[in-house]
Design a protein around this ligand. Structure first.
Ligand SMILES: [Mg+2]
Length: 307
C-alpha cells in the first residue's frame, strides 16, 4: 500500500468524525481549526525515525533540529505563523544521557529560533530506533490560510530555492520558509501552497489533485541544486531526476497569477530565490515538458525513463 493510499484510507475513516469547526482536515500540509470564541488554529504533527529520516550516528543536535523544522515547514505551507510546539521523543535503545540532553536542547533551541516555543511533550526509551514526533501549532497570517486546493488554470507554478540532493545534508539543516510563505499570502495573493517534502513531481501532483487541475513543469526551468549535480555523478541518473524526485527539500511550491509570479521573481522573496517552473492547466493531465518538446507524464515513479 502506498503512503497516499493509506492516508486516503485514514481520511475516509476519520471523515465521519470531522467536526464542523475543523475547516481543513486530513490531506493537506496541516489541519485548520476554528477556535471557539473566534480565530483559527493550524495544527500538524510530524515524525522523524532513526534509519528512515536520519541515519544512526547523526548528531543529536541535527535530529532535534530536523524534527522541529519539518513540522514548522508544514505550518509555513499553510501560510501560517508558528505559535508553539510539543515534542514526543522515544530515545529507543539509546542510554547516553548526553545525547538525551543534546537532542532536548536542539528541540528547544530550534523552536525558539522560529518563534514556536516548546510548551510540552513526552519522553520515553525502550528498544529499537530513536524517533521524535513534533506537533506544531500556528495561526493564520493576515490573509488567512492557503491550502493545496486553489491553483487555477493559467496560474504560474513557482518554487523557492534549489532542488534535489538534500540527502547531502540540507535535509538536516534547512530553514522552514515561514517568512517567505507569509509574504506570498500577504503581498502576492498566492492561490495554492505546499512544501516540497516528497519531491517536486509528487508534491506538484498533490496540488493538481487537490485543486482539480493539471500541472505542466518545464524541465529547463527547474532549479537544480549543486548537491543534485554531485549526487547524479554517483547514481548515474540525470541531475534533474534528483531535483524532481529526491524530496526533503522543504522548499515551497506555489501557484499564483502569471503577473504576480513575474513580480515575485523581480522583487525576490525575503532574499530567497524564486523560479517559475511551469503552468497550471485545466487539462487534468500533468506532465514534464522536456527541452526538446517531449512530454513525460508526471509521476512519482516512471521518471527513470527520462535520460
Ligand atoms: Mg507538507
Amino acid at each position: 500500500m502506498a503512503e497516499r493510499e493509506l492516508i486516503e484510507y485514514i481520511r475516509k475513516l476519520a471523515a465521519v468524525d470531522k467536526p464542523p469547526w475543523a475547516t481543513v482536515g486530513i490531506g493537506d500540509d496541516a489541519a485548520a481549526l476554528e477556535v471557539p470564541g473566534g480565530g483559527q488554529l493550524v495544527v500538524t504533527t510530524d515524525m522523524v525515525i532513526e534509519g528512515v529520516h536520519f541515519q544512526s550516528g547523526t548528531a543529536a543536535r541535527l535530529v532535534g533540529r530536523k524534527a522541529v523544522a519539518r513540522a514548522l515547514s508544514d505550518i509555513a505551507a499553510m501560510a501560517a505563523r508558528p505559535l508553539c510546539t510539543l515534542a514526543a521523543v522515544n530515545f529507543g535503545a539509546c542510554r547516553d544521557e548526553t545525547t538525551w540532553q543534546e537532542l532536548s536542547r536542539a528541540l528547544c533551541e530550534t523552536a525558539r529560533e522560529f518563534s514556536a516555543p516548546l510548551i510540552g511533550g513526552d519522553v520515553a526509551s525502550g528498544a529499537g530506533p530513536m524517533s521524535v514526533t513534533v506537533t506544531a501549532l500556528g495561526i493564520p497570517g493576515t490573509h488567512g490560510i492557503i491550502t493545496r486546493a486553489g491553483a487555477q488554470p493559467g496560474d504560474a507554478i513557482c518554487v523557492t530555492g534549489q532542488l534535489g540532493g538534500s540527502i547531502r545534508g540540507r535535509h538536516l539543516e534547512f530553514r522552514p520558509r515561514i517568512e517567505e510563505a507569509l509574504a506570498l499570502a500577504e503581498r502576492f495573493g498566492v492561490h495554492a501552497l505546499i512544501d516540497i517534502s516528497d519531491g517536486l513531481s509528487t508534491d506538484a501532483l498533490h496540488v493538481a489533485e487537490a485543486s482539480a487541475v493539471g500541472m505542466v513543469l518545464r524541465a529547463s526551468e527547474i532549479p537544480i541544486s549543486l548537491d543534485a549535480v554531485d549526487l547524479a555523478k554517483e547514481t548515474g541518473r540525470p541531475p534533474i531526476w534528483h531535483a524532481l524526485n529526491d524530496g526533503e527539500d522543504y522548499e515551497l511550491l506555489f501557484c499564483l497569477s502569471e503577473a504576480q509570479a513575474q513580480e515575485v521573481v523581480r522583487t525576490g522573496l525575503k532574499g530567497t530565490v524564486v523560479s517559475i517552473v511551469g503552468d497550471v492547466t485545466s487539462e487534468r493531465e500533468s506532465y514534464l515538458l522536456a527541452s526538446d518538446g517531449r512530454r513525460e507524464p508526471l509521476a512519482a515513479e516512471g521518471w527513470e525513463h527520462l535520460t
